[in-house]
Design a protein around this ligand. Structure first.
Ligand SMILES: NC(=O)c1ccc[n+]([C@@H]2O[C@H](COP(=O)([O-])OP(=O)(O)OC[C@H]3O[C@@H](n4cnc5c(N)ncnc54)[C@H](O)[C@@H]3O)[C@@H](O)[C@H]2O)c1
Length: 327
C-alpha cells in the first residue's frame, strides 16, 4: 500500500468478531488531523494522558517524529514491535538494535518529496541570483544594480547524488524549469531507473561532482555517506558550481565547505541540513559570513501539505503493519 493512502484490507469482516483496536503511544507532536485519524484506528495515548507515564513497559507500537530511539530505549521497551516514523530519515533510530529485536521501522518515503524538492529549487535560485548577499547589503545602504550579478540556470547541468524520491523530483523540476542536463548516481538503484527523465547515469559521486553546475545531495546519512562531500570533493566541483544539501547534516563536511569558500571555490551553497540543528550563529557565524551561503533550519518538509501527508502516512503504515502481522 502506498504511504498516505487509506488502510487496506477488510479488517472489519468482523460482522461476527470484534477486533480490538491496537494501542499506540505518540511520543512527539503530530498534526491534529493525523491524530484524529489515528483515533479511528488505534487507542491513542498522547504524552499529556495519564496512562502515558509508563509507556516503555507497555508499548508495542509507537509513533515518532523527531525523537531519538537509542539502543537503551529499545532495551527498556520489552513489548515494542513497531515504530511508525513521520518522515523519511531514520538516522535517529538505532536500526541495529531494532533489527536484533525484530522491531519494524515504518517511515514515510515519498510523502514529503515534492516539498523538499521545491525547497531545493528555492535555495538553488536564491544562491544563483545572489539574493542573500544583495538583500543583506541593502539593509545598510542602497545596492546599485550594476554591482549585482547572477548565474543563469537555463541549460545548466544538474547533478543528483541519490536517485530516490526527492532526487527524482528535483530532476523532474529542473528538467521542466531549466531544460537542465541531468547527471546522476546511486549505488543501489537499478540502471534502468528514471526511464522518463533524460539523464546520464554515472557510477561515482566524483563523476557527478566534476560534471555538474548544480550538485544536489539526496542520500540518507549513513557511515558511507558521512562527509561524502569533503574538501577534495568540493575542489573537484567546477569553480562556479552550486552545492545544495537538503538531505542530512554531516553528509557535507561543513568545515571543508567553509575552507573551500574562503579560497573562492564555488558560486555558493544552500544548506537546509546541518550537523547542529537548528543551526546557530555561534556555530555557523563563520560559514554565514560568506554571503553566498544560505542556511535554513531543516524546513524542506515544513509545509502544511507535507506535514499532513507524512503524519497520515505514518499512522496508516503502522496500522497496516500491525493488522498484517496480527495473529
Ligand atoms: N530537508 C528535509 O526536510 C528532508 C525531508 C525529507 C528527507 N530528507 C532527507 O533526504 C534524503 C533523501 O530522501 P528520499 O525521500 O529521496 O529517500 P529515498 O530513500 O527515496 O532515496 C535515497 C536514495 O539514496 C540512495 N543511496 C543510499 N546510499 C547511497 C550512497 N552511498 N551513494 C549513492 N546513493 C545512495 C538510495 O539508493 C536511494 O535511492 C533522506 O534520507 C533524508 O535524510 C530531508
Amino acid at each position: 500500500m502506498s504511504p498516505g493512502s487509506a488502510p487496506s484490507g477488510d479488517h472489519s469482516s468482523a460482522s461476527t468478531v470484534t477486533i480490538s483496536k491496537p494501542t499506540v503511544y505518540v511520543l512527539d507532536a503530530f498534526n491534529p488531523e493525523a491524530i484524529a485519524h489515528a483515533k479511528t484506528l488505534f487507542n491513542v495515548i498522547l504524552p499529556e494522558d495519564l496512562s502515558f507515564a509508563n509507556w516503555r513497559k507497555k508499548a508495542s507500537a509507537i509513533l515518532i517524529r523527531g525523537s531519538y530511539i537509542t539502543a537503551e530505549d529499545i532495551e527498556s521497551c520489552p513489548n515494542l514491535v513497531a515504530i511508525g516514523k513521520h518522515g523519511v530519515g531514520i538516522d535517529k533510530i538505532d536500526q541495529e538494535a531494532c533489527s536484533e529485536r525484530g522491531i519494524k521501522i515504518l517511515n514515510t518515503p515519498g510523502a514529503n518529496a515534492r516539498d523538499v524538492a521545491e525547497l531545493v529549487l528555492a535555495l538553488t535560485m536564491a544562491v544563483a541570483r545572489d539574493i542573500r548577499s544583495i538583500t543583506v547589503r541593502q539593509m545598510s545602504k542602497p545596492v546599485p544594480k550594476e554591482t549585482c550579478n547572477g548565474l543563469t540556470l537555463y541549460g545548466k547541468t544538474l547533478g543528483i547524488i541519490g536517485m530516490g524520491n526527492i532526487g527524482r523530483t528535483v530532476a523532474e523540476i529542473f528538467r521542466g524549469a531549466f531544460d537542465a542536463e541531468v547527471v546522476a548516481c546511486d549505488v543501489f538503484m537499478p540502471n534502468d531507473e528514471w526511464p522518463h527523465i533524460p539523464h546520464e547515469r554515472v557510477k561515482t559521486v566524483h563523476e557527478v561532482l566534476k560534471k555538474a553546475d548544480v550538485v544536489s545531495v539526496h542520500v540518507p546519512l549513513t557511515k558511507e555517506t558521512t562527509h561524502m562531500i569533503s574538501y577534495d570533493e568540493i575542489r573537484m566541483m567546477k569553480q562556479d558550481a552550486i552545492l545544495i544539501n537538503a538531505a542530512r547534516g554531516g553528509i557535507v563536511n561543513e568545515t571543508d565547505l567553509g575552507k573551500a569558500l574562503s579560497e573562492g571555490h564555488l558560486w555558493g551553497a544552500g544548506l537546509d541540513c546541518h550537523e547542529q540543528e537548528p543551526p546557530t550563529r555561534e556555530k555557523y557565524g563563520a560559514l554565514w559570513a560568506h554571503l553566498n551561503v544560505i542556511s535554513t533550519p531543516h524546513i524542506g518538509a515544513a509545509t502544511t501539505r507535507a506535514q499532513t501527508a507524512s503524519a497520515m502516512a505514518a499512522v496508516n503504515n503502522l496500522y497496516n503493519y500491525l493488522m498484517d502481522t496480527r495473529d
